[in-house]
Design a protein around this ligand. Structure first.
Ligand SMILES: *[C@@H]1O[C@H](CO)[C@@H](O)[C@H](O)[C@H]1NC(C)=O
Ligand SMILES: *[C@@H]1O[C@H](CO)[C@@H](O)[C@H](O)[C@H]1NC(C)=O
Ligand SMILES: *[C@@H]1O[C@H](CO)[C@@H](O)[C@H](O)[C@H]1NC(C)=O
Ligand SMILES: *[C@@H]1O[C@H](CO)[C@@H](O)[C@H](O)[C@H]1NC(C)=O
Ligand SMILES: *[C@@H]1O[C@H](CO)[C@@H](O)[C@H](O)[C@H]1NC(C)=O
Ligand SMILES: *[C@@H]1O[C@H](CO)[C@@H](O)[C@H](O)[C@H]1NC(C)=O
Ligand SMILES: *[C@@H]1O[C@H](CO)[C@@H](O)[C@H](O)[C@H]1NC(C)=O
Ligand SMILES: *[C@@H]1O[C@H](CO)[C@@H](O)[C@H](O)[C@H]1NC(C)=O
Ligand SMILES: *[C@@H]1O[C@H](CO)[C@@H](O)[C@H](O)[C@H]1NC(C)=O
Ligand SMILES: *[C@@H]1O[C@H](CO)[C@@H](O)[C@H](O)[C@H]1NC(C)=O
Length: 878
């Protein structure tokens, strides 16, 4: 012992170091520091002689050599000087959570031959990971992971074979490294060190080249394996299952399909199993109940079905269980009430039926209880919540007969942060116990059978905490909101649509400058909109549809975030506010059914680069259609019907490129409302991409438009609806009309069109409503294909010179009158029934079907404007 100390002392003296760090290493560190950028003064402690005492430095306590350099989370950037290599005895190098933006991982890192621990994660290194790291034969821990929410891979590797040279590696995290060219990834897995216990391959863009006959993985020490967020599209990775020590298995977001294998039950050490967002089908394998160590189990967003086995109640270690968005049916087993450690139980969006077990009230650790969108029946009572003292998030809804039955004196033992009770009989009175909840941040009591006035004190006190309040689709009445003169700030979303609220526009809202969503549609608000509405600069959505608001539309030019304005069906008058052209993010603008009187707006496409839905119908717009409109290539729905528009249809309408392609582009609306409230809590729900996306329509009907139908209009092949009825259009129907191959509705009636009906009309396979009546069309009505089903003679009425089927008039060349007679008989039978049409659309996919049904219904009342709004309301607000 003494001897060793002595030798050591000698050594130190020989190196000329007086008990602190080694001079040459100190110099290396100082040079290393020089080339770095240190905005946060991380290196302020790097003064004085003893570099071993500097922040982040560790020295060997015998040799004094620097062995550790740990600069985690230092906000450091800049260049890494190769002088660092003078730290020959480095065993730990941690540069994680810094910002080496854009620089490569230095190749010379591969020369730190003693390195055991290397962490370069989350530091924004870029480029190819140098193979030189494969020389680090002592390395046990390598972390190159890098991903953020808005993640774009920065590091890449085109082979991972060299990782097998790290024969002592235990922890290997490559999450976020782009491995899309590493076609050897799968075959390399078995070559990795047999000590690997943690392997992270999340978000690696792994190539989808897993061999058909999968070899088994022989990494028997594996404890944690993360393969999530790779688009692998295979069946369950059975090759994982040999790792009987596996405790954490992350397979979310991989597009896996097929069954979850029964053999999963062999992973007896499993404590976290995450299968979130895949396409697994079939039942939960019975053997899952073997996994008694499971504490977190996520089936979120798959296609799983079948009933939930009562034996799952044996998984008593569970703290988090999510079955969200599957097709589970049957009842929620009472045995779940044995899961005493549960903090989060989420069975939302399934097909569960029966009663919600009352014993759930015993799960006293529950923090989140999510039961929405099932078919629950019966009653929800105080007993359901009796011991839920820690509950913060409660979401319940049902599409069946579920009733809240709680005494008005009840004082719950929880303080909720988020309460959703919708599509569920909570009313008729506002539940009194709500007044005890002082921390609510998001409240949704929509479609809750509430027929009452709003308790104003409670409503106002809500605002101090609650960014989001949704009381839509009830029978809430009264004008008290208009009478509020003072209110605390803090509201971000207020949704009161579909009630019976009345009085003036609630002026106190002007002070809610954090408001982003305001929806008061389908009420009886009256009077003028206050100018101070222009104070709500954060507003994204303004929905005042179907009220009795009047006066001028105030200037909204400062509300630069507005994406959705719906003032449909009110009594606004005066000019169309010029200030709308300031709203660069606008994508829905609906002022239809008002008394506006103005020329058509002439803003430029640069000003409203996102505008897709422009609805001005049923006002008093006059003058010609401005040519600037044609540059608005994003337009998908243009409705100018029922105005006083004159002039021609500009040929440049052919520039509406969105209508040309008919490509479905995602909507821009960052809808904050109820949807994103869930979003921000759990990340489960995404903003609904509404069915609006496939609606492409032009309606110029009932104006005074003259001239010919420009043949350029026939380039808009994405159009589903073209309505030019009730104008003074003359000339012929363009022969190219057959190019509008997606057209479902075509109305050219009540114009002055002449000449023959183009035969190409029969190419329109989807055409289900046609009206050419009251023009001067002549000649034989074309036949064939879809036209065969449009056999109601009235759609051709008022064209004296037409002949043939289905009208009763033989053409001059017709010698065989029998055909005509047959035609008549045919005309007696119904045209395609609504039901048939519905199923036809259903076959196109659920979103499409729902939308088109709406579309269909709406066109029946020839009111696309309303339709648009309803869709926005219905699908975005769900
Ligand atoms: C030196 O460090 C090692 C570990 O790094 C430690 O186990 C040992 O106790 C230390 N010795 C002294 C004398 O501090
Ligand atoms: C993959 O290889 C292709 C072709 O060599 C190359 O263009 C591409 O940049 C590589 N991608 C990555 C992430 O390395
Ligand atoms: C795994 O199997 C491969 C051959 O498939 C073999 O080369 C490798 O050494 C094995 N690894 C371990 C850790 O057993
Ligand atoms: C992996 O499991 C399969 C099936 O259980 C078995 O056939 C194979 O021998 C196992 N492989 C290893 C390396 O344990
Ligand atoms: C599950 O446990 C049962 C009983 O202990 C056993 O018979 C069965 O083989 C296990 N299943 C799996 C897949 O390990
Ligand atoms: C599992 O649960 C079932 C019924 O829920 C019960 O009969 C069985 O004994 C339980 N098994 C174990 C191993 O606890
Ligand atoms: C509620 O918890 C208390 C103790 O905290 C316990 O005595 C009581 O039995 C529990 N009630 C129910 C219904 O579980
Ligand atoms: C709005 O805020 C102003 C200034 O803070 C205040 O004077 C006014 O009373 C508030 N109005 C309402 C209706 O809350
Ligand atoms: C709202 O706007 C009006 C002008 O329209 C202004 O006088 C008032 O101070 C603004 N209120 C707030 C709270 O910003
Ligand atoms: C449009 O916005 C600009 C800058 O934000 C502002 O100066 C201008 O007054 C606004 N115009 C209208 C009509 O509101």
């Amino acid at each position: 012992m003494e001897m060793q100390k002595y030798i050591c002392l000698l050594l130190v003296c020989a190196l000329g170091v007086d008990g602190s760090c080694i001079e040459s290493e100190k110099q290396a560190l100082l040079i290393f520091k020089e080339t770095l950028i240190d905005d946060s003064n991380y290196f302020s402690s790097w003064v004085g002689d003893d570099c071993c005492a500097w922040h982040g430095i560790g020295c060997d306590n015998i040799t004094n050599h620097v062995t550790q350099l740990k600069l985690r989370n230092g906000n450091i950037g800049g260049k890494i000087h190769p002088f660092l290599l003078d730290l020959k005895y480095l065993t730990h190098l941690d540069l994680s959570y810094n910002r080496f933006d854009g620089i490569q991982i230095p190749e010379f890192f591969g020369s730190f031959k003693d390195l055991i621990y290397l962490n370069l994660g989350h530091s924004n290194f870029e480029g190819s990971v140098p193979h030189h790291l494969g020389n680090l034969s002592n390395l046990q821990y390598l972390d190159l992971s890098d991903y953020e929410d808005s993640w774009v891979p920065k590091l890449r590797m085109d082979s991972i074979r060299w990782l097998s040279k790290l024969s002592l590696a235990e922890h290997l995290d490559l999450s976020g490294v782009n491995l899309s060219n590493a076609t050897d990834w799968f075959s390399s897995l078995n070559m990795l060190s047999k000590f690997i216990s943690v392997l992270g391959l999340s978000r690696c863009n792994l190539p989808d080249n897993i061999p058909r006959r999968l070899p088994f993985m022989n990494l028997t020490s594996l404890v944690s394996f993360d393969l999530s967020n790779n688009y692998l599209s295979s069946s369950f990775p059975l090759w994982v299952l040999n790792n009987t020590n596996l405790a954490h298995l992350y397979l979310g977001y991989c597009n896996f399909d097929g069954l979850i294998p029964e053999s999963i039950g062999s992973l007896s050490a499993l404590s976290v199993l995450d299968l979130t967002v895949n396409s697994f089908q079939g039942p939960i394998p019975h053997s899952i109940t073997n996994l008694t160590s499971l504490s977190e189990l996520y089936f979120t967003d798959n296609k799983l079905s079948g009933s939930i086995s009562p034996e799952m109640g044996n998984l008593t270690e569970l703290t988090d269980l999510s079955m969200w968005l599957n097709s589970f049916k049957g009842s929620l087993p009472e045995t779940f009430c044995q899961l005493k450690k549960l903090k989060s139980l989420n069975v939302g969006k399934n097909r569960l039926t029966g009663n919600i077990p009352e014993c759930i009230g015993k799960l006293s650790n529950l923090n989140e209880l999510i039961l929405v969108e099932n078919s629950w029946e019966g009653f929800v009572t105080e007993h359901h919540f009796i011991n839920l003292t820690k509950l913060n998030i409660l979401l319940i809804s049902s599409d069946s007969e579920l009733i809240l039955s709680i005494s008005s004196k009840w004082v719950p033992r929880f303080q909720l942060i988020c309460l959703y009770m919708y599509s569920f009989k909570v009313g008729p009175k506002f539940p009194h116990w709500l007044l005890t909840q002082r921390k609510i941040e998001a409240l949704k009591l929509s479609n809750a059978s509430i027929s009452d006035t709003i308790p104003i004190d409670w409503f106002l006190s809500l605002f101090s905490n609650s960014p989001g309040v949704d009381l839509s689709n009830n029978d809430i009445y009264g004008d008290q909101l208009s009478l509020i003169s003072r209110a605390p700030n803090g509201l971000a979303a207020l949704i009161l649509s579909n009630n019976r609220l009345s009085g003036e526009f609630p002026a106190f809202l002007c002070n809610q400058t954090t408001l982003r969503t305001l929806a008061l549609s389908h009420n009886n608000f009256s009077g003028e909109l206050p100018q101070c509405l222009g104070n709500l600069t954060e507003l994204i959505e303004l929905d005042l549809m179907n009220n009795s608001l009047s006066g001028k539309i105030p200037s909204l030019g400062f509300l630069g975030d507005l994406q959705y304005i719906n003032l449909h069906n009110n009594k606004f008058q005066g000019k169309f506010p010029l200030s709308f052209q300031n709203l660069t993010k606008l994508f829905v603008l609906d002022v239809g059914k008002n008394n506006l009187s103005d020329v058509l707006p002439t803003w430029s496409a640069e000003q409203l680069p996102n505008l897709k839905y422009l609805i001005l119908r049923s006002n008093n717009f006059y003058g010609e259609i401005p040519l600037q409109l044609c540059q608005q290539s994003t337009i998908e729905v243009l409705n100018f019907a029922d105005n006083q528009i004159t002039g021609n249809i500009p040929a440049c309408f052919g520039n509406f490129s969105a209508m040309v392609t008919g490509d479905i582009s995602p909507n821009h609306l960052d809808y904050w409302g109820s949807v994103q409230m869930i979003d921000s809590m759990k990340g489960y729900e995404q903003v609904y991409t509404s069915t609006l996306e496939f609606l492409f329509s032009i309606d110029l009907s009932n104006n005074k438009i003259s001239g010919e139908i420009p043949k350029e209009l026939m380039d808009l092949q994405g159009l589903l609806n073209l309505n030019l009825a009730g104008n003074h259009l003359a000339g012929k129907i363009p022969d190219e009309i057959g190019k509008l191959k997606n057209l479902i509705f075509l109305d050219l009636s009540r114009n002055e069109l002449h000449g023959p009906i183009p035969q190409s009309l029969s190419y329109l396979n989807f055409l289900s409503q046609l009206n050419l009546s009251f023009n001067d069309l002549s000649g034989r009505i074309p036949s064939g294909n879809q036209l065969q089903t449009l056999n109601d003679p009235s759609i051709y009425a008022g064209n004296e010179l037409l002949c043939g089927l289905p009208i009763l008039k033989p053409c001059a060349a017709d010698t065989n009158s029998r055909n005509v007679k047959d035609g008549h008989n045919e005309a007696d039978t119904d045209s395609v029934s609504d039901d048939e049409l519905m199923w036809f659309f259903a076959a196109l996919g659920p979103g499409f079907a729902v939308g088109l049904l709406g579309f269909f219904a709406a066109l029946r009342f020839s009111d696309i404007g309303i339709y648009t709004s309803i869709l926005v309301n219905r699908f975005m607000r769900k």
